[in-house]
Design a protein around this ligand. Structure first.
Ligand SMILES: [Zn+2]
Length: 197
């Protein structure tokens, strides 16, 4: 996979800055183990922030199908990895997305792509949740959209601020999901263990 990645402008400059960061952290960037680290980190950071160059709305509009189905469509357990914008440390977990079509549906894999694009930007979990919801609501114009994100934050866990393994849950919803009963139906389906290993 890695060989297919096109790196963005500024890669060398970014690597140069990471070399300086290593020095400031008290390391010797010229020692053997660290020689290639600045460039590796620069490349990794470009991959982890590739969402800035991708358009999640276009992903959905490119795969829009007219369809009369109007029951809840659920894509659950979408694995994601993101970085918090406060510490640039990972937070990761699962996203669950539901919408009730209003004449249009999209490919199930496209919903996962939307999660992927927004999570490959510097984020806070609340905004990530909201952006996924808004993107689906604004492109598919469904009767309602709901997104639940469950995540572990390394910035909390590694710095000892939060108990190990605690999970933060956020949700955002619109339209039909304003009804508690509809949200409940979704949450029951998310937490049913039929497909979980
Ligand atoms: Zn943080």
């Amino acid at each position: 996979m890695n060989s297919n990645i096109e790196f963005r402008e500024g890669l060398d400059e970014l690597a140069g800055h990471y070399r300086y960061v290593l020095q400031l952290l008290g390391e010797n960037p010229d020692r053997e183990g660290l020689e290639k680290t600045p460039m590796r980190v620069a490349k990794a950071m470009q991959v982890l922030t590739r969402g800035y160059t991708q358009d999640p709305h276009k992903v959905l509009t490119d795969a829009l199908f007219a369809e009369e189905y109007n029951q809840m469509v659920i894509v659950k357990d979408i694995d994601f990895f993101s970085m918090c914008e406060h510490h640039m440390l990972p937070f990761y977990g699962k996203a669950h997305v539901a919408y009730i079509p209003n004449g249009h549906i999209t490919g199930l894999s496209k919903v996962a792509r939307v999660v992927d694009i927004f999570s490959h930007r510097l984020q806070v979990q609340e905004r990530l949740t909201q952006q996924i919801k808004d993107c689906i609501q604004d492109t598919l114009h469904p009767l309602g959209t709901m997104v639940v994100v469950e995540a572990k934050h390394m910035c909390m866990q590694m710095r000892g601020i939060e108990k190990q393994n605690s999970i933060t849950t956020t949700s955002a919803f619109s339209g039909a999901f304003n009804q508690a009963k509809t949200r409940e139906e979704f949450m029951n389906l998310v937490h049913s263990n039929t497909m979980r290993g």
